[in-house]
Design a protein around this ligand. Structure first.
Ligand SMILES: NC(=O)c1ccc[n+]([C@@H]2O[C@H](COP(=O)([O-])OP(=O)(O)OC[C@H]3O[C@@H](n4cnc5c(N)ncnc54)[C@H](O)[C@@H]3O)[C@@H](O)[C@H]2O)c1
Ligand SMILES: N[C@H](CO)Cc1c[nH]c[nH+]1
Ligand SMILES: [Zn+2]
Length: 437
């Protein structure tokens, strides 16, 4: 893991680019050209997929799944009895930990206050009425690693919000743990399809896949690019792409744990980001050594080495305050504060998907069982977006039921403003109320 100066880091690993203009890794370019032809970029490949799903439905879905995921089945829909069978076949201790995680995630999201309200002190009924989104698609990543935890983290907040129909899509072959998690959470259907093609199918609907009102869930570059291209066609939760973690550490931090936390997130994807910001050169060297030694023992060392080489590093900062500013500007998904006083440091930082306070509240707890959803904003979108939560599954409607007297008085103001805008029909509608019934 390379040690950077702040100046070097600002030109490289801390330099955020808009997602669809990033320099794709050679591996990603090579894979995409292998499927779509020389010179085809990932956004162009995604556009090809989306257009074909919209035009050809299931036929295109099967075609892409065969090409991209070596799918050999003939139906995208996994029968519900397969979900129940997978749950029943799980070892009891695995059923127990999935249930424990699900219970904590539910308990956390049930604490989120969602309350419709009506006031009567502005001339009649005025307020906001919350309603759950009717149909939600939850994408569960499963390319390099099946993530049943992601199914819990996407579906449970939707259930707490009152969403009536929840459809899951995840790449084939679907790991039994994901099927079992789908049974545990009571999903309405589970489709064995991944990538951009899954997002397109949920957005447009096909002969087999239910069209939904909103799609949530994390995914790789292709899933994220598909969501970006489908903005407006379907409701979307945000940019929850390749995993990112930034650790801010001082001399109090445990270098072995800092290295372990960086590697945990680096193993998600060749495009994952793992960065340490520290003013302590001794710690930097210790972590560098730990990263090397620990990586050698990890089964996903191949992914880690690419991601660390691609977007990882240690940045030697002048102070913890400078680290806080750099961290906030980077707006990472996970921000781990392994410092003497993490709460005080958090108060100096505005942007992060999730704050993990202290050496013991490590982000892997957040990945599985702390409670908040681990589906968190990436690509710098933590500047304006949040981790997936109950609010993603409700929408509100304004309620206006003014008393006649107030309406007439306000109508005259509206009419003047309509005149100002040259909207004569608006003005006429307002003035029509001014005339006694
Ligand atoms: N931000 C978060 O909250 C969060 C949470 C969990 C996981 N993640 C991220 O989700 C991602 C999971 O990635 P994954 O790849 O394991 O699974 P994935 O399910 O996101 O993507 C796999 C799909 O990508 C498609 N694909 C792969 N290469 C392609 C190519 N060259 N052209 C077109 N399509 C292609 C395949 O069809 C496959 O079904 C990782 O980046 C991980 O870091 C993020
Ligand atoms: N850290 C991931 C979010 O970027 C979530 C996850 C799932 N399983 C393990 N980790
Ligand atoms: Zn993780």
């Amino acid at each position: 893991m390379k040690i950077f100066s702040v100046e070097e880091a600002k030109k490289t690993i801390l330099n955020r680019k808009a997602l669809n203009r990033i320099d794709y890794s050679p591996l990603t370019i090579q894979r995409t050209e292998a499927y779509f032809g020389k010179g085809v970029t990932p956004p162009q490949a995604v556009e090809i997929i989306l257009n074909s799903i919209e035009a050809e439905g299931d036929a295109a879905l099967i075609k892409w799944s065969k090409l991209l995921d070596r799918f050999e089945g003939d139906s995208i829909l996994v029968p519900q009895e397969k979900l129940k069978e997978a749950w029943n076949n799980l070892p009891v201790e695995i059923q127990k930990v999935l249930q424990q995680a699900a219970d904590r995630i539910r308990a956390f999201h049930e604490k989120q206050p969602i309350q419709s309200w009506i006031s009567e002190d502005m001339g009649g009924m005025l307020g906001q009425r919350f309603t759950a989104i009717e149909r939600v698609g939850a994408y569960v990543p499963g390319g390099t690693a099946p993530l049943p935890s992601s199914l819990l983290m996407s579906v449970i907040p939707a259930k707490v919000a009152g969403v009536k129909e929840i459809y899951v899509a995840t790449p084939p072959e679907v790991d039994p743990s994901i099927l079992a998690a789908g049974y545990l959470c009571g999903v309405d259907a589970l489709y064995q399809v991944g990538g951009a093609q899954a997002i397109a199918a949920l957005a447009f609907g096909t002969e087999t896949v239910q069209r939904v009102d909103k799609i949530v869930g994390a995914g790789n570059l292709f899933v994220t690019l598909a969501k970006m291209q489908l903005f407006g066609t379907v409701g979307l939760d945000g940019i929850y792409g390749p995993t990112e973690t930034v650790v801010i550490a001082d001399s109090s931090a445990n270098p072995a744990w800092v290295a372990a936390d960086l590697l945990a997130q680096a193993e998600h994807d060749v495009q994952a980001t793992a960065i340490l910001l520290t003013p302590d050169m001794d710690l930097a060297r210790e972590v560098q050594k730990e990263v090397k030694e620990q990586t050698a023992k990890l089964s996903r060392a191949d992914i880690i080495e690419v991601s660390i080489d691609n977007a990882g590093g240690i940045v030697l900062v002048d102070s913890i305050d400078q680290a806080a500013q750099l961290g906030s500007d980077f707006a990472t998904e996970h921000l781990c504060l392994s410092v003497q006083d993490p709460e005080a440091l958090m108060d100096k930082i505005n942007n992060a998907g999730g704050f993990f306070l202290g050496d013991h509240s490590f982000e892997v707890l957040g990945d599985y069982v702390a409670g908040p959803s681990h589906v968190m904003p990436t690509g710098g979108s933590a500047r304006f977006n949040s981790p997936l939560n109950v609010l993603d599954f409700v929408k509100l409607s304004s309620v206006v039921g003014l008393e006649d007297s107030s309406a007439q008085e306000l109508g005259m103001i509206a009419a003047e403003l309509a005149d100002l805008e040259g909207l004569t029909a608006h003005a006429a509608a307002a003035r029509a109320r001014a005339v006694q019934k």
